[in-house]
Design a protein around this ligand. Structure first.
Ligand SMILES: [Zn+2]
Length: 673
């Protein structure tokens, strides 16, 4: 549900959300995680991580367990302290950061109050939907609900114009599903069918908690979602932005989808006569337009009601929150029990006032020194990338020149925003968590709308400082590293440089390579979606990326579940390019600063072990199935095995020979960046 086109190192589940960190220094190869009985040439992932994998099962409240979770846990301890202090400070001046953050956390933690309030905080919304008499009123209501953070039917947002990156434009996109992806509705295997049945049961039981006893409620709602899903693009199709760039004059939009009454929708958003609109999935909107004609207002209202329930359940009393967890946490993701309430409180606070919380977080964990050091690593990795580009045998001088122009114009951001979002106009009251959630959503919506017609806000971040992740934005042509990922085990100023190059170095390389993956490479240095490739080079590039699609298609999880090579292509290119240039940078570094052998490992060996150890993870089968369908990243195991099996420098570092499983003959290896 990401609003903007951006590529993270791990799954970006939502625009706002998530986590934090302080971890003990780890200065070298973590030998205690390794399984030295495994030959590095047969399965390097197990060689580097086997003991850790055997000893670190997924905790009951989680669906997956990895370095990203471990760092998040440590960050949570810091955030807990911040939030508890803020919540205890009941004398903080109204309007202050402490008052806002503290009130949110206090209201979430007060389950007695939440239980006593029942559905009260949602009643005005409920009432309004009930009162709708006709489809005209419904559209205005949908606009209001979108503003409050309640999704239904479709999505609307303001973002950079992909083909005119110096201005903002309105986008309309497919949305409105309660399951994580359209494939959950269309796939015919047994597991998908079971999930659909469980979802319908979940709708019925949840509706009962809200006092709805209509026995057709779930089937009415599901029928609409099913129609939306059938006309939604797949995730793989949605990677291609060119196909989703359909610009219409406002009058044409109104004429194309008359039943959707976009004049009312835009009026409700106080946008009069926008110049043009981008419709990301025209077939989806055409079908929605006909659904609005064929379905009765009662059924459409049922669907809208369900969306209001579904959004609110995690924030109402404990029985609602538990019900929501049973479906989304347990059935879909495999977690056995809810996280402790304070952790849920952190997630909730991050989702509404994450940037305010981030300001308090970076005061505690971020040092300008780490920014300086990571910035120097970026310098070196950019240099290494230039050398690689100049050496490429398959690319013409003409395209190389353009690639270097793009590489030289990358912007960098580290730690946290130079200019924070101004939350002055966000009012936080002591009434209820849910009502504050709605206020915060309205605040963000207004902030987003205020961008229209203004110059691009280059200070804006699309991730929180406390999120353990990093991203590349093609329209801003920038790489961004939140404070949370600039910590051990990803980066440690005291660590062996070989390990830092294999961990944060590979992450930096990964983000830079996103500017040159199958989609990122379609954007120029100025952030516009416009090709700078010669035809011949493009053909060469696609031949190589096709080989990578086939390679990953051949990998299977849970014995029979294949990775989707096309969905994960961009990330697989970024992993491969990223590790290749990080290795080149290590070699540049060691030529000037020779590194010793440590505990029998050469610097090159430590580099590859460090990389493989970043991606160690255990996951529940439910979570694996969900991620294979929805995550554009390959599972950690294949991020390691797939990437290394194309790298001659890896074979050399460990003396891997023909006949070993990790080995690939030179003519079978993929060469891209
Ligand atoms: Zn990525």
């Amino acid at each position: 549900m990401n609003k903007h086109v951006l590529y993270g190192i791990v799954f970006v589940t939502a625009f706002f959300l998530f986590s934090f960190a302080i971890i003990d220094s780890q200065t070298g190869v973590d030998e205690s995680s390794m399984d030295k009985k495994v030959n590095p040439g047969s399965n390097f992932y197990l060689y580097a991580n086997g003991t850790w994998l055997a000893n670190n099962p997924v905790p009951a409240s989680e669906s997956k367990w990895s370095n990203f979770n471990i760092v998040t846990e440590r960050n949570n301890e810091v955030l807990k302290q911040i939030l508890e202090n803020a919540a205890a400070n009941t004398n903080a001046p109204v309007g202050s950061t402490i008052q806002k953050v503290g009130t949110f956390y206090r209201l979430f933690m007060d389950t007695l109050k939440r239980d006593a309030q029942g559905i009260m905080p949602l009643v005005p919304v409920y009432q309004k939907i009930n009162d709708i008499q006709n489809k005209t009123e419904l559209i205005s209501n949908v606009a209001e609900l979108h503003e409050m953070g309640i999704r239904s039917f479709f999505g609307f947002y303001v973002s950079q114009d992909l083909k005119n990156s110096t201005s903002y434009i309105c986008y309309l996109s497919q949305s409105g599903l309660g399951l994580p992806d359209r494939d959950y509705y269309t796939k015919t295997d047994r597991r998908s069918e079971e999930i659909r049945n469980a979802y319908k049961k979940h709708i019925t039981e949840s509706a009962k908690l809200f006092g709805i006893v209509d026995s057709n409620f779930a089937s009415d709602v599901f029928a609409i979602e099913n129609e939306l899903a059938r006309y939604s693009m797949t995730r793989t199709e949605r990677r291609n932005q060119e196909k989703q760039y359909n610009k219409y004059a406002f009058a044409d939009l109104l004429a194309l989808y008359p039943n959707l009454k976009f004049d009312l929708y835009f009026k409700a958003n106080k946008i009069s006569n926008p110049d043009s609109i981008i419709v990301s999935q025209p077939a989806f909107f055409a079908h929605l337009n006909s659904l609005f004609d064929s379905l009765g207002v009662f059924q459409l209202k049922q669907y809208v009601l369900w969306n209001a329930f579904n959004t609110s359940m995690g924030y109402l009393g404990s029985s609602y929150e538990r019900k929501n967890f049973e479906f989304y946490g347990t059935i879909l993701s495999g977690a056995k029990e809810q996280k402790p309430i304070w952790k849920r409180g952190i997630t909730a606070a991050n989702s509404v006032v994450g940037e305010l919380l981030g300001q308090l977080f970076v005061e505690k964990v971020f040092t300008p020194d780490s920014k300086k050091q990571v910035n120097e690593m970026v310098d070196l990795i950019v240099e290494a990338f230039k050398i690689r580009i100049n050496q490429l045998e398959w690319m013409s001088a003409e395209t190389k020149k353009m690639a270097l122009i793009k590489l030289n114009s990358f912007n960098r951001k580290f730690g946290y925003p130079d200019v924070w979002t101004d939350f002055k106009n966000l009012e936080v009251k002591p009434d209820s968590y849910l009502e504050n959630y709605f206020r915060a959503a309205k605040f963000s919506h207004k902030d987003m709308l205020s961008k229209l017609g203004k110059p691009i806000d280059r200070n804006k971040w699309s991730m929180l400082p406390q999120t353990v992740n990093a991203y590349y934005s093609p329209t801003l042509n920038e790489i961004v590293f939140p404070a949370a990922i600039m910590q051990a085990p990803f980066f440690d100023p005291k660590a062996d440089p070989a390990i830092n190059f294999g961990s944060i170095g590979a992450v930096i390389g990964h983000e830079l390579t996103h500017g040159f993956d199958d989609q990122g490479s379609k954007y120029g240095a100025d952030g516009n979606l416009k090709s700078w490739w010669t035809n011949e080079d493009k053909i060469q590039f696609e031949k190589r990326t096709q080989k990578l699609i086939e390679q990953y298609n051949s990998y299977k999880m849970l014995d029979s579940l294949p990775i989707n090579g096309a969905l994960t292509l961009g990330e697989n290119i970024a992993d491969f390019g990223g590790l290749t240039i990080a290795y080149e940078a290590l070699k540049m570094y060691t030529r000037k600063n020779p590194l010793p052998i440590i505990n029998g490992f050469t610097p090159e060996q430590r580099f590859f072990i460090g990389f493989a150890q970043v991606w160690k993870n255990n996951a529940r089968p439910e979570a694996i199935r969900q991620l294979i369908m929805t995550d554009p990243h390959s599972p950690g195991e294949y991020r390691v095995l797939g990437t290394l099996s194309n790298m001659p420098s890896f074979f050399e570092a460990f003396g891997i020979q023909k006949g070993q499983q990790m080995y690939k003959k030179p003519e079978e290896r993929v060469v891209i960046w």
